[in-house]
Design a protein around this ligand. Structure first.
Ligand SMILES: NC(=O)c1ccc[n+]([C@@H]2O[C@H](COP(=O)([O-])OP(=O)(O)OC[C@H]3O[C@@H](n4cnc5c(N)ncnc54)[C@H](O)[C@@H]3O)[C@@H](O)[C@H]2O)c1
Length: 307
């Protein structure tokens, strides 16, 4: 199949490209390099540098490639940026997605898979958070990831293509930058490698659902292969505390210092993990990596592991 990965030079998108290529798909990347890295490019993929807000470039890409499937991962991913610049954030995440959907209609794409986020749920009312949980985003980023879901469902219904909406927990792994969602693993990794002090906000007992990027890539391949339309969480269904994460990383990176604690940040979610039952029932998704295994592989891949 011909697959267009929009945002395929970024952290998650580039791992999806690698998985699709090892599954013998023909892969075409569209990315404006605003946060991606050309070094993430798989040598077997074809790259077009362009912006999803530039309709004529996007149209040229779709016209030349004629993709069967579209995997949409381009987004403004920084929560703080979304709070300072909600219009810019919405323009990329909402209007950009509408542009991609228009191209799917115009160029007869069969299916779209969209990267959504746990940020759309806001503060959990119950745990684990399942797909029926109300959507109460606490940030403009959460809002701008939630709104495209409704556009996708309506476009798909009116134009007879299918969709998979994947709501990710906190993703970590090689190629992740220290900013953005799930950045704590990347931040600890770079601070530990440089022997610098690590900070934990609050008492460190807050929990998160950390999922390894290769499991996210696997979920995308399964979602692209399906012909059903669905919205599912992609997660481990397990919570670990930030203190536990710090200890795992401290051991893997042979880091000698203790964590420094800072006052909790207002608005930070206390505990969160997502149910992945629907993803298992619909596409047979199960994560293969534990956090310990993911951290070890990540440290090896980045050439940072000391012990
Ligand atoms: N990292 C996480 O933990 C996480 C969690 C939930 C959801 N997500 C979602 O997954 C997707 C990928 O996230 P990521 O962490 O890999 O981020 P990333 O920034 O590494 O990847 C996004 C890619 O999109 C590109 N891009 C951004 N704006 C663009 C535009 N206007 N036109 C063309 N390309 C553009 C960037 O250059 C980058 O390569 C995003 O949609 C994000 O919202 C990420």
């Amino acid at each position: 199949m011909k697959v267009a990965v929009i945002g395929g030079l970024g952290f998650i998108g580039s791992h999806i490209v690698d998985s699709l290529i090892s599954d013998n798909h023909e892969v075409y990347i569209y990315d404006n390099l605003s946060n991606g890295n050309i070094d993430n490019k798989n040598e077997k993929a074809t790259v077009f540098i362009g912006d999803i807000l530039e309709i004529s470039d996007l149209n040229t890409f779709f016209e030349r490639v004629k993709p069967d499937l579209v995997c949409h991962h381009a987004a403004q991913i920084d929560v703080q940026t979304s709070m300072k610049h909600p219009k810019m954030d919405a323009s990329i995440n909402v209007m950009g997605t509408i542009n991609v959907l228009d191209m799917c209609v115009r160029h007869h794409v069969k299916r779209i898979v969209y990267a959504s986020s746990a940020a759309i749920y806001g503060n959990p009312h119950y745990l684990p958070v399942d797909e029926k949980h109300p959507l109460n985003p606490e940030s403009f980023y959460g809002l701008s990831k939630a709104i495209p879901e409704s556009y996708i469902r309506l476009y798909a219904r009116n134009n007879h293509f299918s969709y998979g909406i994947l709501r990710y927990a906190n993703v970590f792994g090689p190629r992740q930058k220290a900013e953005g969602e799930g950045g704590v693993v990347a931040i600890f990794s770079s601070l530990m490698t440089e022997g610098k002090d690590c900070f934990i906000y609050g008492d460190g007992n807050q929990t998160r659902d950390f999922i390894y990027v290769k499991d996210i890539a696997k979920a995308n391949v399964l979602a692209l292969q399906s012909d059903k339309s669905f919205t599912v969480n992609i997660s481990t269904n397990k919570e670990i505390t930030v203190n536990e994460l710090f200890q795992i990383m401290k051991q893997t990176y042979d880091y000698q210092k203790q964590a420094n604690y800072r006052e909790a940040r207002t608005g930070d979610i206390v505990n969160s993990y997502l149910s992945n039952k629907e993803a298992f029932d619909i596409i047979g998704f199960e994560p293969a990596y534990s956090v310990v295994e993911g951290i070890k592989e990540m440290a090896d891949a980045d050439g940072q592991k000391i012990s």
